[in-house]
Design a protein around this ligand. Structure first.
Ligand SMILES: NC(=O)c1ccc[n+]([C@@H]2O[C@H](COP(=O)([O-])OP(=O)(O)OC[C@H]3O[C@@H](n4cnc5c(N)ncnc54)[C@H](O)[C@@H]3O)[C@@H](O)[C@H]2O)c1
Length: 257
């Protein structure tokens, strides 16, 4: 799928991996729609990116908000690219804590909702819109989706039961969605990042960050958001990669804790 000349919708596009992806796809010639619940930052990023960038405020958990973002995307040209970055951990905890108290069901549900339901919502509504268009190329390709999981979906640490389960569901969704959407020529791939240097780490203690950084075999640092964006761009343009979950992690494998 070509990037230049097509419309890309980036959920969570006002910060971190989504912001870097919006900037990168825009630099490659895409028209970008940044969809994020953070209105202030979203407008600011839109202004910085400039022409061919639009911001839509709202939540991936809302059908109306997501449809509105997709309507904007389709009004701007051929809506072919979804990069679903909105997500994250809404809280942590063990299945039962040291005193035997069970994990908060609310935190677990919220994390599943944000990551799994939010990703699926933007995927299903985007796929419906993309499927209504004519194919873009001689493979019959109509669109491409890049979702965002985490290596915690493979090797979640103690205390990550909610986040790890949510990201594992996105990993599991990838093949099924790619199979479902093969009939309409939409590819679905997922990126599973390790530790990437974004605002998501702002609230984490410096010691945790240093500890994790030291555990990355090579290069010994957090990933740059731009490195995620470059991988997303490759998954968009390489037509033969489908139903793939790609780790980007400097070879780190999370320890149990
Ligand atoms: N940073 C990392 O180390 C890392 C590692 C693995 C996976 N990830 C995943 O990458 C994705 C992006 O993370 P990031 O580090 O860029 O975080 P970030 O906090 O910098 O950006 C996330 C963005 O998503 C937006 N968002 C949150 N909930 C939303 C909602 N309901 N609707 C619309 N927008 C919403 C936020 O406003 C924010 O702008 C997340 O899914 C996260 O789980 C990040």
């Amino acid at each position: 799928m070509l990037i230049a000349g097509n419309v890309a919708l980036i959920t969570g596009g006002a910060s971190g991996l989504g912001e870097a992806t919006a900037r990168h796809l825009h630099a490659q010639g895409a028209t970008v729609v940044i969809f994020d619940r953070d209105e202030d930052r979203g407008h600011e990023i839109m202004r910085q990116v400039g022409e061919r960038a639009t911001f839509v405020g709202g939540s991936v958990l809302s059908e109306d908000d997501t449809n509105q973002a997709i309507e904007v995307a389709t009004s701007l040209g051929a809506y072919r690219i979804l990069v679903a970055c909105a997500g994250g951990a809404t809280g942590g905890g063990r299945t039962i804590d040291r005193n035997g108290a069970p994990h908060s069901l609310e935190v677990f549900s919220d994390t599943i909702n944000l990551n799994v339901v939010g990703t699926f919502n933007s995927l299903r509504l985007s796929a419906a819109a993309m499927s209504a268009q004519e194919p873009a190329n001689d493979d019959g390709e109509r669109g491409v989706v890049v979702a965002t999981a985490s290596i915690a979906g493979f090797e979640g640490q103690i205390g990550q039961i909610a986040y790890g389960s949510a990201k594992a569901a996105i990993i599991g969704m990838t093949l099924i969605a790619a199979r479902d959407l093969s009939a309409v020529g939409i590819r679905v791939n997922t990126i599973a990042p390790g530790t990437m240097g974004t605002r998501a780490w702002d609230k984490a203690p410096a010691s945790l960050r240093e500890n994790l950084e030291a555990k990355v075999p090579f290069p010994k640092r957090f990933g740059h958001p731009e490195e995620f964006a470059e991988l997303a761009a490759h998954l968009i343009t390489n037509r033969y990669i489908n139903a793939q979950v790609v780790r980007i992690d400097g070879a780190i494998r999370f320890d149990p804790k």
